[in-house]
Design a protein around this ligand. Sequence first.
Ligand code: SF4
Ligand code: SF4
Length: 482
Amino acid sequence: MNEHREMSEQEEKQPEIRYVNLYEKEDKIYTRKITGFFQSIRRYTGLPLIAAYLLLPWLVIDGRPAVLFDLPERQFHVMWLTFWPQDFMLLGWLLIIAAFALFTVTVLLGRVWCGFTCPQTVWTLMFISIEHFCEGDRNRQIKLDQTAWSLEKVMRKGSKHGLWILVAFITGATFIGYFVPIRELLLGMIPHRDVAGMLRIDASPVAVFWTLFFTGMTYMNAGWLREQVCKYMCPYARFQSVMYDQDTLAVHYDVKRGEPRGARKGKGESKPDNVGDCIDCSWCVQVCPVDIDIRDGLQYECINCGLCVDACNAVMDKMEYPRGLIRFTSEDELQTGKTNFVRPRLFGYTFIVFVMVAAFIVTIAMRSPLSVDVARDRGARLYRLSGGEIQNVYTLKISNMDNSPHQYDVEVQGDYPFVLRNLPDYVVANGEVLTIPIRVSIPRDQFDQDKVPLKVIVQAQDNDKIRAVEQTNFMGPGQKAR
Ligand code: SF4
Ligand code: SF4
């Protein structure tokens, strides 16, 4: 009998297992509109990002778009700098720096990137604002969905989808505007009649296809998929928990203060002794864009957007209780009353980011608009010429990564009197890679070595600062062969 009772107690203590069907149809989330401190921050971080995204392709520097990834020409213009495929290592660097910066911010502030600056969140917020504007707040939306189709419903739904498609098109066209000059793209998409009276557009079919593709993706992601992108598609959501520690600031519910939760009449009513501050109004759940209850504890779906903080603070104000029942805090602070900001991991990540950013800036500042590569002819070690000379043949590659064409002087330097033979003058256009054979020779009686280092120096004729030096070897017959 006792054994039986112990077993049933143990069974009762087992944590509840939640089974999730990944193919289950998700219920539509109706979010309650809320204002507050964190929503203002979201607006003020989101608006400059959207403005920068929309305006950058229109900005012109030196007669070309300030940011243009010109794939056919293989040139990537970013403000005053032009990058070439040879600079892809810098892109790799930039991605590594971005990843470490994200790790640093996550250790300190949890998924604050997700909640405040991620394009998926910013665009979803924009689409939800349009939804609230066209269909009203949460309760009106639920009611509208439950009513039969009427002219009002068609107008409200139609205007919402019309505005969504318009925003999605602006987003898609702007994105393609980073690859094709945006004025050209938009003017080219305006239909007009040609000389034969046929309706046509001038924009390239590829550009039109990708514009429509990104329009559709934006409409789907921000209008329909929303939180499901964060929950099921975003890889960052999966590994962010590895970076959390006891002192990471994230949105938490203060269980000690809130529990036991319980409904009560309202403001001014003296709180019964046996309940906590949570009045179980569920506002924190109703505003949540990923439809979770933060009172169940930290969950991987939470994007740290702070909506539930603002909602609960509004409720606390109404009840005349202190704010902060849900707040940005750490697990340590909830347990011990103190967050430890000086942590080795945080210091390590910050240090790495600073070092990498400094190295990146130095690399960009010292980047030469000229790249040279010299490869020795693998077909023959050396050539013996009539007239008593020995000769080595090399393939010289000159990459002009400047914004203007150049002619270059080429010379060779070494410990022996090497001579460069018959090098014609070439103009290398901007972005062009010139590949030419070069021949270096020396009288046989002045050279008895097997192998000596040789420098190939390439210098722009019109700019002393554009210069590159490449090391190679000159191969000789060796002393035994003489
Ligand atoms: S909003 Fe605050 S008071 Fe209302 S249910 Fe959530 S935690 Fe409790
Ligand atoms: S639980 Fe709160 S912070 Fe987390 S996603 Fe929901 S509303 Fe945002």
